[in-house]
Design a protein. Sequence first.
Length: 282
Amino acid sequence: MNSLLSILRDVAVVPSFSSYENLLHPVVKKNLSAVKGAEIVHVPDNNLVALIPGQPDRQPVALAAHLDKINHFGESPPETLPFTVDDDRVTGQMDNSVGLALAMALAGESAVRNFPPLILLFSEMEESYGLKHHPHLLREGGAGLHHGIGAERIARHLIETGQLPECVITIDTTPLFRGDRGVALYSEHWKFTGIKPGEKEKVETVRLRDELLALDPGIMLSNNTNDYLHYGVEFNKNHGHGIPSVAIEPAIHPYHTRDESVFTEDIERAHGILTRFLEKRG
């Protein structure tokens, strides 16, 4: 957990607010530089895709997390954002520092674990908050941007280059536990997107959902909005790839504020679920 917390600290202190995600790129590249064979591809504008070697005869699994944070600091944010660790939680801009840290930590473990190849999807503009509430704080007033544009761009890049994963698992944080501990699983993007799933997508999504539940029956099944919606749409609308898109989410409270807290126990739990899932794929 110490190395994971170290990565989390590196990510959390960077003011990579919506449209300024590029500020976090050096941290991603530094952490993944220690992963043998890792290849990082820049997808305009501020998105990164990292290809992590694994068992060569296995289809890759995509782990997704968004790079942007919400700017709760106004026009003069600090160069280093606050981050603290106490006995049972981490506090700071945890949305989505936690998801990024988990994805990079798992990539770092791939060399010593029996994982399939990984594709890390690190997206811009997952948050809609800035566009709605303070567009003047975004680069060029947010011109040309919309919520989810990063995930859309990444998915289209993978489709165009033929780099199709078996599934996409977005790692984010959920407010649904309202201060209690917990980990949630989102698995039905069509309830939000209105895009009717094809038969293959439904079958593969149920299979993936049930496999994750078998690894941790205490996961709360729910749905909410984040990039897993956009990956679900892009990989399946008009393409019919049948690639399931789900999300694994440790609890966060408070949410969309300066001092967001996540229990370290929930981070460890999400890490354990994903580790066991990937080892089964290796």
